[in-house]
Design a protein around this ligand. Structure first.
Ligand code: E4P
Length: 241
């Protein structure tokens, strides 16, 4: 399963890229607004960080003609841009028109299997199935939705061979559900990516290995082993002082 980062913050993208686990980036108008920067400028900064990995940039126009122009413009920013459009009738008209001309679309705000079918038939490349917003309502249907959607794209033929992208992820459990459902992609906020590194037994194990090593070396530790154990050079200096 591919891992995308769901953010418009360049520092977060840079950090997650350094960990070597990022296969793409998704943004949306709320995430861009949070950054307080012009849309194209920020997307081009993201291109500078992730190179040719897929980057989703979302349209805000609603009228067909304006949306058509906006989608063409966003698609022209870089070859790896996936133009994100919400699940509306006008958006589907635009996807149907531009998808055969080579524009890749990420159809977003998908909450039901029939909506996923419409997006797939119109020519979407990514189908963004939202899980967190459904889970927030206390419903269990999100996990089943992903299983059904993956099954659908694996069973039938669609113009762009679409991938199911699990969006609106709030925590590790939804990542587990995405993996078990056979989702192609999960897009994850930076906070959740950070959370994954931590498990009580991992953290305890790192601490114990380090303590044992210190005991055996009489409190001396070299810079590289301190680094391997996730300890800063400053901390290491305290240990060896
Ligand atoms: C991703 O493409 C979506 O825009 C995003 O995951 C939405 O997440 P939210 O429900 O946390 O806003």
């Amino acid at each position: 399963m591919k891992f995308f980062i769901d953010t418009a913050n360049v520092d977060e993208i840079r950090q997650a890229s350094a960990w070597g686990i990022i296969d793409g980036v998704t943004t949306n108008p709320s995430l861009i607004a949070k950054e307080g920067i012009e849309h194209k400028k920020r997307v081009m900064e993201i291109v500078d960080v992730v190179g040719d990995l897929p980057i989703s940039a979302e349209c805000v126009e609603t009228d067909v003609d304006k949306l058509l122009k906006e989608a063409q413009d966003i698609a022209s920013w870089a070859p790896n841009i996936y133009v994100k459009v919400p699940m509306t009738r006008n958006s589907m008209e635009v996807v149907k028109e531009l998808s055969p001309k080579g524009v890749n679309f990420n159809v977003t705000l998908i909450f039901s299997l029939p909506q996923a079918l419409i997006a797939a038939k119109a020519g979407a490349s990514f189908i963004s199935f939202f899980v967190g917003r459904i889970d927030d309502m206390g419903s269990r249907e999100a996990a089943e939705n992903i299983i059904d959607a993956v099954n659908m794209v694996n069973t039938y033929e669609f113009p762009k061979n679409p991938e199911i992208l699990v969006a609106s992820i709030r925590g590790p459990l939804q990542i587990i559900e995405s993996i078990n459902a056979g989702a192609h992609i999960a897009t994850v906020p930076f906070k959740t990516l950070e959370q994954i590194f931590h498990h009580p037994l991992t953290d305890l194990g790192v601490e114990r290995f380090y303590a044992d090593y210190l005991k055996a070396t009489g409190g001396k530790v070299n810079a590289s082993s301190a680094k391997d154990m996730g300890i800063s050079i400053e901390e290491k200096a305290k240990v060896t002082a």
